[in-house]
Design a binder for this molecule. Structure first.
Ligand code: NAP
Length: 210
């Protein structure tokens, strides 16, 4: 084991009132906007840890539009290893078929029980289609939701009913997007400082997004 790595914080399952962050996304690639979002949610909502859950098969994207999960997963591990409060779960990686959030939250509920408050964190735009999410009504009873937005984001885009239950966090670093990073790599533009150095090296080493 690399002694330079910070020790991961172990969840004490016997402790009541745990607050757990579950950070869902495609992470193609993971960038500092994602990392800052997770850290901000952790401190703002007093979470004991944030578990990053790379999605195998997003329900609204074709598989040939996204990078192989092997790379997205590896980059997620690399990007999160420096924060002792961050973990990665392969829960969706090993579950064949579309990655429905409800299946993921139910698995976390099985592990952590009802004494744990679960906060599902993701980008606000992903919640725009919440009405179409699989078993939406049941999902809404299982966890709390945190939407990360960039400054100036039009909150009216979010459904009124859902806005009532949503916790909204403004994250300036979300001006960065995975789409822009892929565009930059393809067009020989720099991605230094918008992804961690390990991720930048990984992208070039594996010739991703060219
Ligand atoms: P997306 O539509 O690709 O992303 C929407 C926006 O949110 C993008 O601007 C994206 O920026 C940003 N974003 C995505 N994940 C983020 C995160 N963790 N933190 C901050 N910003 C984030 O959405 P997606 O990534 O496919 O889906 C997001 C999550 O919602 C996934 O866990 C997915 O499984 C879940 N979801 C579930 C269902 C369902 O159960 N039926 C349906 C839709 C989505 P970047 O491109 O820079 O990440």
């Amino acid at each position: 084991m690399n002694n330079n790595k910070p020790e991961k914080i172990k969840t004490d399952k016997s402790k009541k009132d745990l607050r757990l962050g579950v950070m869902g996304g495609v992470f193609d690639p993971i960038h500092i906007g994602h990392l800052f979002t997770a850290e901000e949610a952790r401190t703002k909502f007093n979470l004991c840890k944030v578990i990053f859950v790379p999605c195998l098969q997003p329900t609204h994207k074709r598989n040939d539009q996204i990078t192989n999960i092997k790379h997205r997963l590896k980059m997620t591990y690399l990007a999160t290893q420096g924060n002792p409060y961050f973990e990665v779960s392969e829960i969706e990686v090993h579950r064949p078929g579309p990655s429905y959030t409800i299946d993921t939250i139910k698995e976390f509920r099985k592990i952590h029980g009802w004494q744990t408050d679960i906060f599902f964190i993701t980008g606000a735009d992903a919640f725009l289609e919440i009405d179409t999410w699989y078993k939406r009504d049941e999902l809404l009873t299982l966890c709390q939701f945190v939407a990360a937005t960039r400054p100036g984001y039009d909150l009216n885009k979010l459904h009124d009913n859902f806005k009532k239950v949503l916790k909204i966090m403004e994250i300036p670093a979300l001006a960065i997007s995975s789409t822009d990073i892929r565009y930059r790599v393809k067009n020989n533009l720099s991605i230094k400082y918008i992804v961690l150095e390990e991720i930048r090296e990984y992208i070039y080493k594996h010739k991703l997004y060219i």
